[in-house]
Design a protein around this ligand. Structure first.
Ligand SMILES: [Zn+2]
Length: 128
């Protein structure tokens, strides 16, 4: 009967061969990769003209797309932007179903001010 390869018990509780637990080593590597991805992603926020750090990734990407467009003098209406009824100088542009990009009309240019959730947006509206 062939002797099975020795599997030792590592301090982590996994069993395996070699000096270190490969399962844990692999997991650690995956974690490191994720962390550097996260750091790279976090660094991209430094370029933003409005704070997008609190938003889900897909919202950030869409918001940036719209903001870039506005900076290139694209018409806000191209992004389905609308002026608020109670403040004609504020333009609300839908980013996703749940988020709006609020911009201020400075005459010759539309300046992005904040991305807010639909819930916050409704709170902002006077009289509900
Ligand atoms: Zn392990």
């Amino acid at each position: 009967m062939a002797k099975a390869k020795r599997r030792k018990l590592f301090p982590c509780g996994h069993r395996g061969q070699g000096q270190v637990c490969h399962r844990c080593a692999q997991e650690a590597e995956a974690r490191n990769e994720k962390q550097s991805e996260k750091a790279q992603w976090a660094a991209t926020f430094r370029e933003d003209v409005v704070d997008l750090t609190h938003l889900p990734k897909n919202v950030v990407i869409k918001a940036r797309h719209i903001i870039n467009g506005l900076q290139e003098q694209q018409d806000y209406r191209r992004y389905k932007g609308k002026r608020l009824r109670h403040n004609r100088f504020v333009i609300s542009i839908p980013v996703t179903r749940h988020y709006r990009l609020l911009c201020r009309d400075h005459g010759s240019l539309v300046v992005p001010e904040a991305v807010i959730s639909h819930e916050d947006y409704n709170v902002c509206k006077p009289g509900g």
